[in-house]
Design a protein around this ligand. Structure first.
Ligand code: VGL
Ligand code: ZN
Length: 203
């Protein structure tokens, strides 16, 4: 479809088994994501791309624990183990990911004090990545999403894409979830409510 783009979210080493913030099942979806890449004409990749000492890292705050919550100027923010530090092997794409035909690579989370789950809007919900403008200028209307993590970066990206007026379908088997404190069920419900389609078959 000429007006459809595939958005592959954060298929980086740190989110796969062996990485700093490993999502269970991350490695196993690589072949499915590659199949989706092969079957789409327009492929866009995203990368979580944090500077060292990023505010979302628990290690930045003395006494704080990973997976805890801290109040940020923009609201409560989950703290994570250090991950996807700019230019490190953990921030690189999974070595088996077929990245060659990607037309765009969106990096997010590089502002030192703001986390960014969504590929469109950072966690302050104000700062833009520029992706909506890019997709609009290129005339895309329908977005197919896959990657990591289903209940964080994929979900937030899908919700923001709906908010920006795009049709959104997630290929459920080509995702994997962190599932922290019920986040998976919560985000699946929010996405359905927002009109995000969850496809159970991989085309
Ligand atoms: C992500 C937590 C922190 C994700 C990124 O890609 O889902 N999750 N940074
Ligand atoms: Zn991150």
């Amino acid at each position: 479809m000429p007006n459809e783009a595939l958005i592959v979210i954060d298929m980086q080493n740190d989110f796969c088994e062996g990485g700093a913030l490993a999502v269970p099942g991350g490695n196993a979806i690589v072949p499915l994501v590659n199949r989706l890449i092969a079957r789409h004409d327009h492929v866009i990749l995203t990368q979580d791309w944090h500077p060292p000492g990023h505010a979302s890292f628990a290690s930045t705050w003395p006494g704080a624990d990973p997976f805890g919550t801290r109040d940020f100027p923009y609201g409560p923010q989950t703290l994570w183990p250090d991950h996807c530090v700019q230019g490190t092997p953990g921030a690189a794409f999974h070595p088996d990911l077929q990245v060659g035909k990607a037309q765009m690579d969106v990096r997010k989370g590089f502002h030192p004090g703001i986390d960014s789950y969504s590929a469109f809007r950072e966690n302050d919900r104000i700062t833009r990545t520029g992706l909506a403008g890019y997709l609009t200028e290129r005339g895309f209307k329908r977005l197919v999403m896959c990657g990591l993590a289903l209940d964080y970066c994929v979900a937030w990206s899908a919700l923001d894409a709906r908010h920006a007026g795009f049709e959104v379908a997630i290929v459920h088997p080509a995702t994997a979830a962190i599932d922290l404190d019920g986040s998976k069920a919560r985000m699946l419900a929010e996405m359905r409510q927002a009109g995000v389609t969850l496809d159970e078959a991989v085309p």
